[in-house]
Each structure stands twice: as structure tokens, then as C-alpha cells.
Design a protein around this ligand. Structure first.
Ligand code: BGC
Length: 792
């Protein structure tokens, strides 16, 4: 069936296409054979509801593979893996005849408190953008579409349908939009979903700057913009701004508004033609892909992929020898429950303690005490619209039992129920302590109960429940040979980090997470994930602490560019575990990096990485840059690229990491454009943002860029101007020469030129020797005209 041209439709038919028929369907136009298509959540699995619909994850949906949510998958830092997961998601979407999977979500994790951080990849736009592009390409390779969301600056749940994210232009472009730009330019998602919130006072759903100028004119987006569910404020201005499809259904109310606006002349019909045309294009693409993949779904194969992906999502935060912790305790005396933590690096053993290896991986024959409700009842996805019905769910407890050849005992340890009596808590703890004291090693599962983080609301703190911390203390008192495994969608404070020899950050791992945890615990999988967000010591240290979630529907992004590690670095703050950190059961050494500018202007960074341990492993190599002494404020270091390498024990490989020239650009607020500043860039090759292994510099030629001169240009700006600069510099030199020998009262070393630098050129005449001093306004205007003409 061919899709008709929009010009064949009546006014009413065109308007009808621009809003949904129901929760998940677009409207058909039966007269000309346009079918309805189905769109549905996303992002880490297919949530196709059987009947009715809701956007809060309440109603049941058809079983689908629950892959690790973005918080987990992102920690893999692996675009190939993410692409493969995307392909699997696309396959499931196609089998179920759904046209568009509503994801990925790539918003920046601005505050650890955002209730929806589990759905997002990172605090860094290069990570979010690269992984977002990979998943979009994977999904769309199967003939179905994606919806890149939530566009844009949707970084909290609190008041999300009204709140204005008040962001300055540089952070908006360099942090909050950069990832979206990359996904649009690299992967052309079929659709973009506009966010609920306002940006600098304007609803995303009716912002022509955002939806048309930036998204289409600058980035070249070719697809359709749909609204988040219920994000439309005023429909007619929204349509004119570039918001093509309102979701879900408006019951025809807004279609009628559009028709009326065309009829009374307040809306040009051509605007409607464009939007309806985009809906037709989407339907056409969906039809072309429909039926290309026949079911049934290979449930086992996708479950296996979900397990592989989950194994690659688990971050080994720490892996020390148990004796070092015991020694530390001996040396320090009794441990303070919530004292300041110094968590990085292995704890120095003190005193005559026999050295042992790190706790992990566990020997399969070890007698293991498994403690904590999450081992038996896993939290594997977050609450809200992304909640899907998994095809099956593995528990860590069963999978540990399956891989272990020793004795495995289990104690619940605590209860995640809302109401727990003190007697019950004590009984659970006592049972856990008894299990721990008899075991070779204890694996304690801690985490956030589901109610503490969800779409729709933010968290109040980053603390684990107190009863869990108390349980851990009680267990450690009888058996310090312990591993903590965490289940959480947003970061949590780890006040016990110096008292537990090994910690696995297990995030939310999808339906196969239980198996993946067992794989990592026993070393069948060597962990290789790294943090895509900083784990702070205290919530108070976090960048948005004083500006979150705002008040009276405005949230000021006061930290500016300094989001995530950019902030902790600039403020020289200790953190629990830094951005980019993650250990392995092997070790890697880095050679000296080399960096050069390629013909296309991109920078090629090369470094040899060696697996110096005794087992195969994968290392994520990170490249950060900075430009000391640059013209604009910049963070100490910013991630610009990354790559991963799989190495056998003892193997060395050269890793090539290209840095895109455009990613070096800052947003120039005076010219309203990107500018690559020229200069000597520092390139750091690193194992984490705080583990720099090699540093080189590379000279980068700047963009041809000069602001037009005017009378308000400063003398300094004019001196740096490529055309006018040499003229002025010569004049100053002449003037200074004339003054030589004159009775100078200026203290030696005071830089006269520097003193003058900020003078507006239009006012210089007054100071150049009095009475105009031979510098007339005409001469200045002439200089300005000459400079500007020379730049044309
Ligand atoms: C969420 C979107 C989701 C939509 C449909 C909204 O509440 O913000 O991410 O795709 O509902 O369920």
C-alpha cells in the first residue's frame, strides 16, 4: 500500500494525523488507506500493553526481554555491545508489529537525586551521545524506529510537567544538548520526543528554537517530533514550533483547534502540511519495515544476550585482600559507622598480617553465605513507563548455587517491606550473623528498595536504608571476608567503603542480572565496566546540591558547565569513586600516548595497552582534553572519546582513539556558534578521570573566527584581531618608543599594554595624549572598517 501525498488529504484529515488515536496508536485515514501505527516504551525492553494503556507502567504488557536499563548498559562503555542489544530490541519490536520503540533516554544525570537516573546513561554528553547513537542504529537496523528522549534538559522528575530548566547557553549546548546532537547527526532516529519541561521559560513542546532551529536547521534532523505523553501545553503554537505529533490522544480537541486556526488565518496551512507530511513519512517507513521479522522470539538467545550485557554492566569498585581491612581495623581501633571514607586504592596493610590475595573472584568450592533480600528478589529495572514484563527472571541466589561447588547458605538479613517490626529486624539480622560467622566468605546484597526511586519523583537523599547499613556492620563484625553487591538505579553513598574489601556496583541489571552477578563473583566473567557517573562521598558535595530541584517551577542550573566529574575536579573534592573508574581481575599498563592531527582535522590518539595480569580482560581507555590558558572557562579535563580493548594475559595492543575536532569546540555566546579555539591542547589518556596514565600535547589550529570590530571592542580584542591587530600593535609600539626616556613614574615591570587592554577602542582617543592626542574618531572608525573589510 503506498502512502498518499499530504496534498491528497483534507484539512480535517491532516489535522487528525497530528495527534494520537489512543494511548499507543496514531490515527488512520481510511479514505486514502493510511493505517494507524503503534509506538510503545522502551527503552530497555518492549512494553507492549495488551489492552488499554498507561504511561506509568501500571498495566500488564506482553512478555519481552528485559535488558539492563541504561544505568547498567552504559557502564559497559561499549558501543558494539550496545548496538547488539539495540538489534535485539529492534527484533522484538518488529516481531510484535510495533513501529517505534520509545527510547533511548539520554538526558544528563545532573543530580544523583533524579528519580529517573536509571533510564539515562551518564553525567557526560560524549558517553550519552555515543551510546545513544549505538542503540538507535541497532534498533533501527531492524526496520523499526526509535524516539530519542526527553528533548531536552529534562533532568529531574520533580514538577517535571511545568518546571523551567534555566540553563545558560554554554552548558545548554556543551552539556545538555551535545549528546542529542551526536545521536541525531550520527544515527538519525526516526523520531525525537520532546520533554515535558520548559527550557528558559519556554515549553519544549512549543519551542521553535529547540525543535526547528537547533534540531532541524543546525543538526539536520529529518524525522518527526512527537510529544512526551501529555507534554502539549498550547497545541497550535506547538505545531508552528515544529512539534508534529501530539501523544497520546487529545480526543480530537486539539485537532479542532488546528483546523480553526487554519480557517481563521492564524496558522498557515503549509505548517500543517509539513507536520502531517512527517506523520505520513513515519507511517511509510513503518510499513516498509513491517513484517520483515517473523516470530516467535528466540527467548533463550535474547536471555543469553541479556546475561552477557548484564555481566558487562557490573562495576568492580574495589577488590582488596580481606586481611588489609582487618589490619586497618586493628590499627584504627573501633570503626565509626558513618565516618569519613577514604575509599580509593587498596588499603595499606599494617602490622604482621599474612598477605592474601583479593577477595574476588571467589573460589567455586568456597562456602558462601549469601545475605540480603535482593539475592532472592532482585531489583532489575526501575519503576514507571519503562517497566516491562520480563520473559523470565534469574535470581543471584539460584545462580550462585548453580555455579558453586561449595556450601551456599542464605539469610534474608533485612526486609524491604514498608512496615517491619523491630523484633523482625533483629531476628533477620541475627540469622544473617549466624550464617556469616560459619562461612568462608560472605556476599551481602544491599540496595535501594523500589519505592525509593521511580519515574515521577526524585529521591530525598543518596543513602542506603539504615537497617541495611546496620546489618552490614553486624556481619562484618563476625566475618570481614565480605563482598558487597549493590542494586540501585541512582548512585548511593558508600560509608562502608573502607571497611569492606570488595564491592560490586550491580545497578539494575535486567532479567538476567542474577546470573551475571554469579558469573562475576566466581570469575567466569572478568568485570570490565566503569562508572559513567561519579559516586560522591556526600550528597552535599554534588554539583547541583544547592540548585535542585528549584522552586516555584524554576530550577537554576547554577553549576553551569561543571556537571559531574567536571565539578568534583574543579572544586578539588574527594569522591568515593571517580567517573570512569572500574577494576578488573587483571591489571593493565599503558605506554606513552601519541596524539596527532589528521587531515580531516580530527585528532588521533594512540596508546599501547598491556594486560599485565594473568587472565584475559577488557580495558576501557578514556581520552580527556583541556586547553590551559584558553579564552573561555573550561573544566580541568573533559572526556572527548573512549575505546575498549580485549586483551589476553600478557598481550599488548595499540589502541587508536579518534577525537572529533568538533568535540573540542566551545559554544561562543557572543557569536552564537561553535568555535574551536586554537592552541596547545593537553590530551590525557586515562583509566579513569582520576587515574591519568599518559599525557601529551597537540597543537590544534583554531577556527577562522573573529567578531566584527566595533567602537566597543576592547583594545585587547583589537590587538588580537588578525587584520587590525598588527596596525594597532605597531602604533602602540611607536607611541611607547616616543615615551622612552621621558620621566616615567610607573613602577618597573608594570605592563602598560595590559593596563590598557580593556579600554573600548572608541574611547582610546581621549587617553592618547589628551585632546584626542592625534587619534580622531574618524581614524578609529577607519580602523574598524578596515578590520571588518579585511575579514569579509
Ligand atoms: C515518559 C516517557 C514515556 C511515555 C509513554 C512518559 O511519562 O516520560 O518516557 O515514553 O510516558 O509511556
Amino acid at each position: 500500500m503506498t502512502i498518499p501525498d499530504v496534498m491528497e488529504l483534507t484539512l480535517d484529515e491532516k489535522a487528525s494525523l497530528t495527534s494520537g488515536a489512543s494511548f499507543w496508536y496514531t490515527k488512520p485515514v481510511e479514505r486514502v488507506g493510511v493505517p494507524a501505527i503503534m509506538v510503545t516504551d522502551g527503552p530497555h525492553g518492549l512494553r507492549k500493553q495488551r489492552e488499554g494503556g498507561d504511561h506509568l507502567g501500571i498495566g500488564d504488557s506482553v512478555p519481552a526481554t528485559c535488558f539492563p536499563p541504561a544505568v547498567g548498559l552504559g557502564s559497559s562503555w561499549d558501543v558494539d555491545l550496545v548496538h547488539r542489544v539495540g538489534e535485539a530490541l529492534g527484533t522484538e519490536t518488529a516481531i510484535e508489529n510495533v513501529a517505534v520503540l520509545l527510547g533511548p533516554g539520554i538526558n544528563i544525570k545532573r543530580s544523583p537525586l533524579c528519580g529517573r537516573n536509571f533510564e539515562y546513561f551518564s553525567e557526560d554528553p560524549i558517553v550519552s551521545g555515543a551510546l545513544g547513537a549505538a542503540i538507535v542504529k541497532g534498533i533501527q537496523s531492524k526496520g523499526v524506529g526509535t524516539s530519542l528522549k526527553h528533548f531536552a534538559a529534562n533532568n529531574q522528575e520533580n514538577d517535571r510537567m511545568r518546571s523551567s530548566s534555566d540553563v545558560d547557553p554554554r552548558p545548554l549546548r556543551e552539556i545538555y544538548l551535545r549528546g542529542f546532537q551526536r545521536v541525531v547527526e550520527d544515527a538519525q532516529p526516526w523520531t525525537v520526543m520532546c520533554a515535558y519541561n520548559r527550557i528558559n521559560g519556554v515549553y519544549a513542546s512549543e519551542d521553535p528554537w529547540l525543535l526547528t532551529r537547533v534540531l532541524r536547521d543546525e543538526w539536520g534532523f529529518k524525522g518527526l517530533v512527537m510529544s512526551d505523553w501529555g507534554a502539549v501545553n498550547e497545541r497550535v503554537p506547538g505545531l508552528a514550533a515544529g512539534m508534529d505529533l501530539e501523544m497520546p490522544s487529545s480526543g480530537g480537541v486539539t485537532d479542532a483547534q488546528i483546523v480553526a486556526a487554519v480557517q481563521d488565518g492564524s496558522l498557515d496551512e503549509s505548517v500543517l502540511d509539513v507536520a502531517a507530511g512527517r506523520v505520513l513519512d513515519l507511517v511509510g517507513k513503518a510499513q516498509a519495515g513491517a513484517g520483515s521479522i517473523a516470530g516467535p522470539l528466540d527467548v533463550d538467545a535474547h536471555h543469553a544476550l541479556a546475561r552477557e550485557a548484564a555481566g558487562r554492566s557490573i562495576v568492580l569498585l574495589k577488590n582488596d585482600a580481606p586481611d588489609s581491612v582487618a589490619a586497618l581495623r586493628q590499627a584504627q581501633g573501633p570503626v565509626q559507622a558513618q565516618g569519613p571514607v577514604e575509599a580509593q586504592g587498596p588499603v595499606e596493610a599494617q602490622g604482621p598480617v599474612e598477605a592474601q590475595g583479593p577477595v574476588l573472584p571467589l573460589a567455586k568450592e568456597a562456602n558462601v553465605a549469601v545475605i540480603g533480600e535482593f539475592a532472592e528478589k532482585p531489583r532489575f529495572q526501575g519503576a514507571g513507563s519503562s517497566m516491562i514484563s520480563p520473559t523470565r527472571v534469574d535470581t543471584a541466589l539460584d545462580e550462585i548455587r548453580a555455579l558453586s561447588t561449595g556450601e551456599v547458605t542464605y539469610a534474608r538479613g533485612f526486609s524491604n517491606a514498608l512496615e517491619v517490626s523491630p523484633e523482625e529486624s533483629t531476628a533477620l539480622r541475627d540469622e544473617a550473623v549466624a550464617a556469616a560467622s560459619g562461612a568462608d566468605v560472605v556476599v551481602v546484597f544491599l540496595g535501594l528498595p523500589a519505592r525509593l526511586e521511580s519515574e515521577g519523583y526524585d529521591r530525598d537523599d543518596i543513602d542506603l536504608p539504615v537497617e541495611q547499613l546496620a546489618l552490614l556492620d553486624a556481619v562484618l563484625a563476625v566475618n570481614p571476608n565480605a563482598v558487597v553487591v549493590l542494586s540501585n538505579g541512582g548512585v548511593v553513598a558508600l560509608p562502608f567503603a573502607d571497611r569492606v574489601p570488595a564491592i560490586l556496583e550491580g545497578w539494575l541489571l535486567g532479567q538476567a542480572g542474577g546470573g551475571a552477578i554469579a558469573d562475576v563473583l566466581f570469575g567466569d566473567v572478568n568485570p570490565s565496566a566503569k562508572l559513567t557517573e561519579t559516586i560522591p562521598l556526600r550528597l552535599e558535595d554534588s554539583p547541583a546540591f544547592l540548585d535542585f530541584p528549584g522552586e516555584f517551577s524554576h530550577v537554576r542550573y547554577g553549576e553551569g558547565l561543571f556537571v559531574g566529574y567536571r565539578w568534583y575536579d574543579a572544586r578539588r573534592l574527594e569522591v568515593a569513586f571517580p567517573f570512569g573508574h572500574g577494576l578488573s581481575y587483571t591489571t593493565f599498563s599503558y605506554g606513552d600516548a601519541a596524539a596527532s592531527v589528521r587531515e580531516d582535522g580530527d585528532i588521533e590518539v594512540r596508546v599501547a595497552v598491556t594486560n599485565t595480569g594473568d587472565r584475559a580482560g577488557r580495558e576501557v581507555v578514556q581520552v580527556y582534553t583541556s586547553l590551559p590558558g584558553g579564552a573561555v572557562q573550561r573544566p580541568d579535563r573533559e572526556l572527548k572519546a573512549f575505546a575498549s580493548v580485549q586483551l589476553e594475559a600478557g598481550e599488548t595492543r595499540e589502541v587508536v582513539v579518534p577525537v572529533r575536532r568538533k568535540d573540542l569546540a566551545y559554544w561562543d555566546v557572543r557569536a552564537d556558534r561553535w568555535v574551536v579555539e586554537g592552541g596547545e591542547y593537553v590530551v590525557e589518556v586515562a583509566a579513569s578521570s582520576r587515574d591519568i596514565r599518559s599525557r601529551v600535547t597537540v597543537e590544534v589550529a583554531g577556527d577562522e573566527f573573529a567578531l566584527p570590530l566595533s567602537r566597543t571592542s576592547s583594545l585587547g580584542e583589537v590587538m588580537r584581531h588578525p587584520v587590525a591587530g598588527p596596525v594597532v600593535q605597531a602604533a602602540i609600539a611607536q607611541m611607547m618608543g616616543g615615551m622612552e626616556g621621558a620621566a616615567a613614574i610607573m613602577p618597573e615591570g608594570v605592563d602598560f599594554t595590559k593596563m590598557m587592554e580593556s579600554f573600548p577602542i572608541g574611547r582610546v582617543g581621549m587617553f592618547a595624549g589628551g585632546e584626542g592626542g592625534g587619534v580622531s574618531p574618524e581614524m578609529i572608525d577607519g580602523l574598524i572598517a578596515m578590520g571588518n573589510a579585511g575579514r569579509q
